[in-house]
Design a binder for this molecule. Sequence first.
Ligand code: DGJ
Length: 724
Amino acid sequence: MQRTLLSIILALAALTAGAKNILVNTPNTTLLLTAEQGKTVYVQYYGDRIEDASQVKNAQIGRTPAYPCFGYGKDFFNSFALSVVHSDGDLGTDLCYVGDTYNEKDGIHDWVITTKDSKHNFEVDLCYRTYDNCDVMEMWTVIRNGEKKPVTLEKFASAALPFRQGDVWVSHIHGKWATEGYLTEEPLNKGVFEVSDIACPKNAFLNRPNIMLSLDGKPSENSGRTVGAVLCWSGNFKMTVNTNFEKYHYLVCGINETGSRYTLGKGESFTTPALAMVYSNEGKGGVSRNYHRWARLDGKIHNGQALRKTLLNSWEGVYLNVSQDGMEKMMDGVQALGGELFVMDDGWFGGKYKRSVDNCALGDWVTDREKLPDGVPSLQKAAEERGLKWGIWIEPEMTNTLSELYEKHPDWVISNPGRDVVCGRGGTQLILDMSNPAVQDFVFKVVDDIMTETPETYYIKWDCNMEVYSVGSSYLSADKQSHLYVDYHRGLIKTLERIRAKYPDLVIQNCASGGGRINYGLMPYFDEFWTSDNTDAEQRLFIQWGTSMFFPTCAMAQHVSASPNHQTGRELPLKFRFDVAMTGRLGMEMKPSDLNEEEFKFAKNAFSTYKEIRPIVQQGDLYRILSPYEDNGFASEIIVAEDKSQAVFFAYKFRQYAKQQDWPIFRFDGLDPDAKYTLTELNRVESPEAWEGKTFTGRFLMNTGLELKLKGVYSSCVIRCTRQ
Ligand code: DGJ
């Protein structure tokens, strides 16, 4: 009733106003939409900020539907965002403008454009949100069924946008276990480009729900019109760019519809996840920095402005061989190194089944008293006595066939009805069905029980080591089985919201066999993510570079591990390992007692140095300089404090080539050209270079740069720049 009234008011308002231009502005960009009563809403322009829509019209720039629908009208081309089977079986949808609203509060701007089908009582709100502190524009829709009977959503993307055809390139991130976060760049050719994932709940291993489009040819870090698209969804997703003989590359992004047909009953609505867009003239770097600011400042990662503590995580040190003595020895080590937090990883729990092998006990979150006779609270006290915070590992959405939980609730797992369960890790792992409210309560209680037993718990590592191999829910009715993928993630978010309401200050790491779930659907509830199970510093250069395209340094957990590395067998100097880990949230993933005396001294100094530069590294603006993907064997980046008073520059040499002509001059970036900076090398092991303690203008460092004496393969250099 209220909605109908609102529609009438909006319609009347629109009638009197006639056709209108709606400028969705960020500080530096504009999306121009045109809306006319009873007609399709069109996108006219997305680019540099304009104040005057007539420029676009006078330039004769074409238009495309803002939310193209399947099945009716001349505007329905190959690419569409919405496909509905209406209650009478009609396949066509024809959304027409009814009215719009605009609101601003605390620097957040919201536009809602209401559209309605020309035949059915079926509405879609096109929603747009921008922020005063960055150039991110979020777009999503609210789909409402006002028809007398249920409708079925066959496709329900969040948004669609056109980009003029040309030498347009796409950058995307992909991988698998231990190689996640890899960057690939390619020109958009005719046909359909797609990145998608169907691995619910580990949705970001193979592909991540984020791409960049470089509109002016081969992607560049610092120049060229570049667009970013990030889907804020933790479930199955699909991002496509359709290129044919039309004028436009057509981008459509949203929930992956495969196996996810969604029924909306009379009066029900469906809100699609936000697609966060950035347009920048400063290349990929400009796009990244906007996402980083938005993540830190606009709540897109939890507690984005808090400084993250250095830590030691027990996994690669002892794996499942957790013991009281072993944990305390590691605590001694990290205390002596100057670390701030100790995290006990997998292996600490189990009742009837003990987690000494990775094939049992998930779901049985009771302390294994054989391994830890004094219990978890005593370990927290032991950490506290050493001046350390305490953290613990859980994998709350999972169980094993060998667990008391599964014996009690076999119907709680995701599995295709009437078929054998298909298990993951250890041949026994299964996923709990988060669409089921009883499971949501259980998962909430896992965290709540930990916090009740040990209220001083500072940090939780929340793992997720399985994808769906057998789709089906015992909770959902037969006609709603295809709701599982969506409802899983809604149930997970609901549970996380409950956890956050009660434990806003608890630091939670998002881990999914490493970086298997790095997405902005989840990050508003997580403080950081485990970037990869691969801790080989050379490989990390690639993984961290790719991940930094969309995610800020403060969220990237980067741990120094043993040499030879456990994933690759590669031997690397400790300095190189630290220098690579120090560009994000620094930690360790080894027994400190395995360091020799000299290494220990180096590591201790590095921890202390990191704590000094932490505000710059975790809250500064990242400028990527030399890409490891260029195959020159070098990589470098600089992180610059927002007021440009400080910066930390990192350079790495990780291949040995004999082609001296490829030896780069390391040019800095992001500094104030007119300011003077004094340079100090950090983590130095060699005698000082000529520039040590000397002062240079920002302009000189950025335009001329330094010749660094990186001696041999796996050498590195970290330089602090302090404005005078
Ligand atoms: C996978 C994670 O990525 C690792 O860091 C570790 O926590 C293991 N799971 C524990 O089973």
